[in-house]
Design a protein around this ligand. Sequence first.
Ligand code: DGY
Length: 313
Amino acid sequence: MSDNAILQVGPLAPQLNDTLQQQYGAVALWQQADRAAWTGAHGASVRVVVTSARHGCDAALIAALPKLQAIVSFGVGYDSIDLEAARARGIVVSNTPDVLNDCVADLAFGLLLDSARGIAHGDRFVRAGSWLQGAFPLTTRVSGKKLGILGLGRIGEKVARRAAGFDMKIAYHNRGPRAGAPWRFEADLLALADWADFLAITCVGGPQTEGLVSRAVIEALGPRGILVNVSRGSVVDEDALVEALRTGRLGGAGLDVFRDEPRVPQALLALDNVVLAPHMASGTHETRAAMAALVLENLAAFLAGGKVVTPVA
Ligand code: DGY
């Protein structure tokens, strides 16, 4: 093994796997029978880790790779990468921001529309033959309603722009007001939830947002309110969410992310007031190709000049 080995933590898109393995000789850690034995024997030869938001790179893996200089990740989220451990060793970390903004915002808006208008529920209703027995229940209007956005970053902004096309009133909560944003800043998340008809979560995951959408926030959104989450399951008190959806203390939800993916709380499977998606917001051919290209760009730039194109801030 050369001293410049590239280690790939988990499988990515087949074409990206092939390029990494054929062009860069990347070692597939997930294909090693014993990961710890492999890192014990070869860890000192690894210079770059290629991973993803899903596969991550924790402190134990970083510690097992004493010559590691860069972590190149597929995905915008980096909550599964131990940034503190990386920073302490001066390891560069890159992600794939921006190229997925539109598709994630599209799905957020799709979940919002579906949870309000019952599209997936209506589909089940028709397929089950229930239409022959009677009309579908009335649903909730979207146009002109109030949308709260938790996390007005690049994705949140795209959600706001889509909502403007539906004549929605928009307000957002961030740690502070975002310079130049034309929408109302609300410093108190509880007040935002209380005001909003819909609350869309587009903030980052990780310790700084863990449990931010608490039972109180969920209940402030209320029996007619709808929660949409395309961020991370960790941002929401999931037990409180399930209970509120079950008891009607929250009107509905559209969820692309969960605390223990791919496991989804059993209680949600039986509920018609929640739309469930398998963490698919960035999962279009176009966006995944752009993300793969950015991973390769970051890798090539680091190998050529020691710098990545899109470092994690
Ligand atoms: C991301 O890019 O972070 C997506 O959520 C995929 O994990």
